[in-house]
Write a protein that binds this ligand. Structure first.
Ligand SMILES: Cc1cc2nc3c(=O)[nH]c(=O)nc-3n(C[C@H](O)[C@H](O)[C@H](O)COP(=O)(O)O)c2cc1C
Length: 135
């Protein structure tokens, strides 16, 4: 794979470890179309052509901090590769949402991995990377 950097999208507020509490907070954020404040920022986004955007499926789309992230930069002309983990619903609406937030980006075929299969997903990940041509 080409040289790459790993960047962790993090928020000012901490999400609780407790699953039910997290579900409730995420549901409220989704219903309110919230934009939770981020605590991490890419200072040199211009240096990157390709972004593998990895996120879990929360309430039928990306976690709302991903909306904040995508709106924080001018990603036009860049290639975005959606990589989602989920509990059974696959991408849900996340691909449409990414396309709406980044209308001038090139969005590749995505890869959806069930959260239960993450530990055994090396081969599908490699096949996907080869298929979309970012190897
Ligand atoms: C707040 C919240 C909402 C979720 N909503 C969905 C959903 O709508 N559809 C789905 O397939 N999985 C949903 N899940 C399951 C996660 O997508 C799944 O647990 C995750 O991708 C696995 O990664 P993890 O181990 O980092 O949590 C949700 C999980 C959380 C915490």
């Amino acid at each position: 794979m080409l040289p790459s950097d790993l960047f962790y999208i993090d928020t000012v507020k901490e999400y609780p470890d407790d699953h039910m509490k997290k579900i409730e907070i995420a549901k409220k954020e989704f219903n309110e179309n919230a934009r939770p404040e981020l605590s991490t920022h890419v200072d040199n986004m211009d240096d990157y052509d390709t972004i593998i955007l990895a996120y879990p499926n929360w309430w039928t789309t990306m976690p709302m901090p991903l909306f904040t992230f995508l709106e924080s930069y001018d990603l036009s002309g860049k290639t975005i590769c959606p990589l989602i983990t989920h509990g059974g619903s696959g991408f849900s609406n996340s691909l449409n949402d990414i396309a709406q937030l980044c209308p001038d980006s090139n969005i590749t075929e995505g890869l959806a991995i069930n959260g239960d299969d993450v530990q055994s997903s090396d081969t599908v990940l490699e096949q996907w990377i080869n298929k979309i041509g970012i190897n």
